[in-house]
Design a protein around this ligand. Sequence first.
Ligand code: GUN
Length: 342
Amino acid sequence: MGRDKDKKPVIPRLTRNPLKNILIIRRLRVKPAMTLKSTLIRVNNKKQSMQLIDGKAIADQVKQEIAEEVAAIKAKGGKTPHLAVIIVGHDGGSETYVAHKVKSCEQVGFKSTKICFEDNITEDELLAQIEMLNNDADVDGFIVQLPLPKHISEQKVIEAIDHRKDVDGFHPINVGRTSIGLSSFVSATPAGILELLKRYKIETSGKHCVVIGRSNIVGKPVASLMMQKGYPGDSTVTVCHSRTKNIKEICLQADIIIAAIGSPNFVKADMVKEGAVVIDVGTTRVPSTETKSGWKLTGDVDFAEVAPKCSFITPVPGGVGPMTICSLLKNTLLAGKKEIYE
Ligand code: GUN
């Protein structure tokens, strides 16, 4: 077999050079989903095919597409999309996420503004900052990184954000519109999961999708999206949570499992049927002697024992995580183009 057959196509990527303030084209190897190969693995001496869902590769593709669209908007003299991010305090995880968000904005040619507060900021001061961003015509969308210090009500903060600038998709208007199938800013992680299913052409119609976890940010919206009419959707959805009885038996009936419970290695091999699709949303920092930082990101799925049973599975890291920022960028682009709300 010729080696050329295995070569991945090279797709040009737009990137911003802040020094020259121009867009340059960098050539980067991006793996289109359809060329990603299955891995043949041996389970109990039987060969099975399992495909790893490469969230990083898909995220690179999506960013590439966004960068091209932004370049076209700018070439026509249109407005540069502008995302603002508020961060309160110095939570390590939040600082890392926000740094990635700002860097991603730069990669696709967006303008970004990071607004930092110490964790002794009062709720009123934070609400006043939100009001300023609501009224700032240059800011197309903004987010307040969660979690917030205990003395600030996250719900109050979410509801203070103008839903037309709520690119996180957390405001009750966006949540409600999403759940009845109206155009809306869909929250980032559920949107990223659906994009992965779509790009890997994973069948969802009539499939039994079991969502583990009922959070407002992931469990509830992803369950609602998987039952929507159309693709990806049309699934029969069961939501399990910490009080669910017979969780193992329910999971064993799943064609698709979406694990978003925040409990490292919760999903074990004896909970998964052969050939299932497993999407792991978990990103818990677990102490580790293997890394310099002293911790490693661990998913909700015991990957080593579950992967051999799956048709498709997302790794942690490198699965759902990279897609979350893409969804935020997509929402910001939609906000800039006024495609959801005038
Ligand atoms: N904290 C963890 N994930 C998120 C997210 O998607 N948005 C915000 N605002 N905070 C987060």
